[in-house]
Design a binder for this molecule. Structure first.
Ligand code: BTN
Length: 289
């Protein structure tokens, strides 16, 4: 699909949801661009879609490699009246919306990995990075979503975690409408979820999350900085925190960290490796959940 047609679809389908919609052929990072525009123009309801990024940002300071055609690189911004402490769970509902939009497209067995990875068959298909900035007194959250669309085989081989993409999962149904359809379905889904979240919090989404959580009742290792916990993963609670039946300390609520299926996979994963299209370092004010 031509870039101008893509842009037209976005304006026609999502024009009532955002004040500004921008489709960029090339940008350093759609999250960085959203923050710059927010600071310069005070635009708090923007959707920015990049066709490629030269400095895409991943979680924990890693890079999200973003060649043209390989992925969908999306950021949208939203101001909130509530303090950040009351917004825990936002990144989980974002992942849930991505998972539902991908399922709606026809992909089967879409799963989630706490706090905000979208997987198919335990392979990473999409990642989410929420960043915060301030607009006067109001916190503004930049929702950054990277969805693997059509990764070159060389990238799949290079990445040190199992990854997949929409083309591989959809097979012959994948076509030039797939990216715009997915983007529109996601934006419509998250729009509704945000309204429901602001009305009644995360608890209403808990069952939907746990129903497709890839690691429910599995033995897992949680790494948070230099802390390690092992135990049986019990899903998420009403606040979106991870519940772990810790081998040593009994049932615990965990609010940060990364989930691994085994100690070996945790050890194999190094912070500067390329993982799910993530490479190394950048600075960002990451919003954990
Ligand atoms: C992760 O590490 O899993 C999160 C990756 C988030 C990548 C997306 S791509 C669009 C947006 N702009 C960025 O620079 N990062 C996010």
């Amino acid at each position: 699909m031509e870039v101008k047609d893509f842009e037209q679809v976005l304006h026609a389908q999502l024009g009532d949801q955002f004040d500004v919609i921008t489709l960029l052929e090339q940008i350093d990072s759609t999250n960085a661009e959203a923050i710059r525009r927010m600071q310069a123009l005070q635009e708090t309801s923007q959707l920015i879609v990049g066709l490629s990024q030269s400095a895409g940002r991943g979680r924990r300071g890693r890079q999200w490699m973003s060649p043209r055609g390989a992925g969908l690189y999306i950021s949208f911004t939203r101001a909130f009246a509530q303090p950040l402490a009351e917004l825990q769970g936002l990144s989980l509902i974002t992942a849930l919306s991505v998972a539902e939009a991908i399922t709606e497209l026809g992909v089967s067995n879409v799963q989630l990995k706490w706090p905000n990875d979208v997987l198919v068959g335990r392979k990473k298909l999409a990642g989410i990075l929420l960043e915060t900035c301030q607009n006067g007194r109001q916190p503004v959250i930049v929702f950054g979503i990277g969805i693997n669309l059509d990764l070159p085989d060389s990238a799949v081989a290079q990445i040190d975690r199992p990854v997949t993409d929409v083309r591989r999962e959809l097979g012959t149904q994948f076509n030039e409408r797939t990216a715009p359809d997915l983007l529109v379905a996601f934006c419509q889904n998250i729009h509704l979820k945000l309204a429901e979240f602001l009305e009644s919090g995360f608890a209403q989404f808990r069952d939907s999350w746990n129903a497709i959580d890839a690691y429910l009742l599995d033995n897992v290792v949680i790494i948070n900085g230099d802390q390690q916990s092992r135990g049986v993963y019990q899903g998420v609670d009403d606040a979106g925190a991870l519940m772990l039946l810790d081998d040593v300390r009994g049932l615990r609520e965990i609010k940060g960290g990364e989930v691994f299926p085994s100690m070996r996979s945790a050890e194999e994963y190094s912070s500067d490796a390329i993982a799910g299209l993530q490479g190394s370092s950048s600075d960002s004010s990451e919003h954990e959940a």
